[in-house]
Design a binder for this molecule. Structure first.
Ligand code: NG6
Ligand code: CA
Length: 519
């Protein structure tokens, strides 16, 4: 009897303490965070801040990406490092500001590898912690040493900077070579029909977009008038490799299947997959299943196609039982553009859709829409759904993921924001340098400062404001998200503060045309 009453008393004590200390029963408590979850980066090409319904689009519906946004953290101040592709991708993989590397500009298909093979990268860091690493999709970071023979192993490339598996397009969908490259070898290449590539001159007898308009199914508007592949004129000249040429309309399915197969093959994990979709970059070539689905022409159609791909990809994670053990990071390499060199109705059929949302500018621009992009973190059961206004950048993936996997590697420009990405903190960066076509600006707190630069205020080819002005620009993004009121003259203290910080990061010699006399 005595022992029973002691037991009941003990039970009473236990329940008393557990009630006081924690209102949760053990089953309600948050599961422990595994230190080696699978990691997937889903990266879009030219998707704008306003292109998803989760980010306010009303004329387009993107239910699958919305599922990530609404079931994870949706960042409203998330940035790509640059307003163009190669520099952003360089920063994403290395954690280094792209302006530290003078070659980090939009690269031709024949450019040498931009990343030093001795440099730390996301995949090398994760590999050192036991991850299998893969990339599927757009690369655009250069290949080889500048003298590539496309008919033998192309190296160095993704496999030499940390990826165990790669299935890529070399540059962009509008640039030659228009072939897939698997672990350094052109996929499906017939050795009797070797590939030759040049960005200088055409190969004898080959038609071009410029001289053979009768062969085109898509017309070029500016640039894009060299070799013709599948009726689409490209940037650069290509001869041979017929059996290896991609079919543009099948590209989305091709990359999706590759990404799904990668997941299935490595489901015992941990794995890191960089799934870099090609949409909605030009040429916009939706699969026939998606033609006409948006009512906005090919640009809208390929956004819906990409949304479907993301949905199918997530389904695979789910079917493999991996969704609770996979951290998904979703973003875009730069802001939106409508006419990026082809006549494809993007301008004509835009209707009430605003690809940049409330932001000013677009791709190539130092204004917000150049670099502020959809930015989502999703981890089923681990990230509570929410919206965060913290200032975050893709450059922070490196050090943040290093902390997640308990690696002590870090890169100076990349900050550990893991708690913020997991929705456990609202702290972001204090400041961030953004870049557009080799010009840079500083975001700090609610403010952005753009130094004076030479150059036209409007990029007439694409009809996008560059953000360039001959005087300093200073905007308060909290009260003036659309950057309409330049406060540089009226708030000289704030201007001085930002210029001082900017120059402490960037130095005094960054291509500006005027220098503020700092107090
Ligand atoms: C530009 C192309 C543009 C696009 C861009 C790269 C011309 C006139 N324009 O040079 O169409 O390919 O490069 O885009 O050729 S990015 O998203 O990969 O940076
Ligand atoms: Ca891009």
């Amino acid at each position: 009897m005595k022992s029973i009453s002691q037991f009941i008393f003990l039970l009473f004590l236990v329940s008393l303490f557990s009630c006081q200390d924690s209102p949760k029963t053990p089953s309600e408590a948050a599961p422990a965070q595994p230190s080696s979850p699978n990691i997937v980066i889903i990266y879009m090409d030219d998707l704008g801040y306003g292109d998803l319904s989760a980010y306010g689009a009303t004329e387009l519906s993107t239910p699958n990406i919305d599922r990530l946004a609404n079931g994870g953290m949706r960042f409203t101040n998330g940035y790509a490092s640059s307003a163009t592709c190669s520099p952003s991708r360089y920063a994403l993989l290395t954690g280094s500001y792209p302006w530290r590397n003078e070659n980090a500009k939009i690269l031709p298909g024949t450019a040498p590898l931009l990343i030093d093979t001795a440099q730390a990268t996301l995949p090398t860091m994760l590999r050192s912690k036991g991850y299998h690493t893969g990339i599927v999709g757009k690369w655009h970071l250069g290949l080889g040493d500048g003298q590539v023979d496309w008919n033998s192993r192309i190296s160095p490339g993704p496999n030499e900077v940390g990826f165990d598996y790669s299935y890529i397009m070399a540059a962009t969908q509008d640039r030659v070579p228009t072939v897939y490259i698997k672990n350094g070898f052109v996929d499906n290449l017939d050795p009797n029909d070797p590939i030759k590539i040049s960005y200088q001159e055409n190969f004898e007898g080959e038609p071009t977009g410029k001289d053979n308009p009768e062969l085109l199914k898509m017309k070029w508007h500016h640039g894009h008038n060299n070799s013709i592949v599948n009726g689409i004129p490209r940037i650069g000249f290509m001869k041979g490799g017929d059996s290896a040429k991609w079919v543009d309309e099948e590209m989305a399915d091709r990359f999706l299947t590759e990404a799904q197969n990668y997941v299935k093959a490595h489901k015992d994990g941990p794995f890191f997959l960089y799934y870099a979709l090609q949409q909605p970059h030009v040429p916009r070539t939706p699969n026939p299943r998606f033609v006409g689905t948006s009512g906005m022409g090919p640009r809208g159609d390929v956004i819906l196609e990409a949304d479907w791909c993301v949905g199918e990809f997530i389904k695979t994670l789910e079917e493999e039982g991996l969704l609770e053990n996979t951290l998904i990071l979703f973003s875009s390499d730069n802001g939106p553009v409508l006419n990026d060199g082809y006549y494809d109705d993007a301008v004509e059929k835009i209707g009430d859709h605003s690809p940049a949302g409330p932001l000013r500018g677009g791709k190539y621009s130092l204004f917000e829409a150049g670099t502020r992009v959809p930015f989502i973190t999703y981890w089923k059961g681990m990230i509570d759904p929410g919206t965060s206004d913290a200032l975050v950048s893709q450059i922070d993936f490196f050090t943040s993921l290093a902390s997640l996997v308990e690696s002590d590697e870090e890169v100076g420009d990349s900050q550990n924001l893991m708690e913020t990405f997991l929705g456990k903190s609202i702290e972001g960066r204090d400041n961030l340098v953004i870049e557009a076509t080799s010009r840079t600006a500083l975001r700090q707190g609610d403010w952005i400062m753009i130094p004076p630069y030479e150059g036209a205020p409007l990029n007439k080819q694409v009809n996008i404001e560059t953000g360039t002005a001959p005087t300093y620009q200073l905007y308060n993004l909290k009260t003036d998200l659309g950057q309409q009121t330049n406060l540089a003259e009226t708030n000289s203290d704030k201007l001085t503060e930002l210029v001082t910080v900017f120059e402490s990061i960037r130095g005094r010699n960054y291509g500006n045309i005027e220098q503020l006399e700092l107090k």
